[in-house]
Design a protein around this ligand. Structure first.
Ligand SMILES: [Zn+2]
Length: 183
């Protein structure tokens, strides 16, 4: 027995695909489970809109935080923590290490999970963002990939920051600095 959901939501199915990406038949909108989705009537392919997942690392060395300047939009010309998108099937910790290597030339090791953020789809970019803390294990500082500069900054010399996730990561770091002073 199949369970039928009789309640309907006022949600329209995403219309990114007009034709089936597998067999090129025009797709239809059908109720699949509790949501309307684009479905191929010929081969039964269902288009699921998976969330975009991003990952980044907060790296602090000798009291300074590692940032990269973005050469790509969004937020071109502003500075962010090393970050990137997680590919399907990829461990997010491996993505974080790889992105840090590509953007800064440094080999980092993940120490712990700091937080997981949710960004509404309207904000663009990653809808789920995973923030790790990491430390440097080797490599030589040099920018690469979609960064044209990679540098360390003290808390009182921060550049123009990109993204809410980077600003929050920096805020966390500054709070630990304040906490240390209070002891
Ligand atoms: Zn098809």
């Amino acid at each position: 027995m199949t369970e039928h959901h009789t309640h309907t939501h006022n949600m329209s199915a995403p219309t990114e695909f007009v034709y089936c990406p597998r067999c090129a038949t025009p797709m239809e909108t059908r109720q699949v489970g509790d949501k309307p989705r684009r479905v191929c009537p010929a081969c039964e392919y269902i288009y699921f809109t998976d969330p975009k997942v991003g990952v980044g690392v907060l790296v602090v060395s000798e009291g300074k935080v590692l940032l990269v300047r973005r050469v790509m939009n969004p937020e071109r010309g502003k500075w962010s923590i090393p970050a990137g998108f997680v590919d399907r099937g990829e461990n997010p910790q491996e993505t974080a290490v790889r992105e840090a290597q590509e953007e800064t030339g440094l080999d980092v090791v993940i120490d712990r999970l700091l937080d997981v953020y949710y960004n509404p789809p309207e904000a663009g970019g990653a809808s789920i963002f995973i923030l790790y803390e990491a430390h440097i294990a080797g490599g030589t500082l040099r920018p690469g990939d979609d960064a044209d500069r990679a540098e360390f900054f003290g808390a009182d010399e921060l550049p123009d920051l990109a993204f809410a996730s980077t600003k929050d990561a920096i805020r966390r770091w500054q709070q630990t600095l304040t906490a240390d002073k209070d002891v």
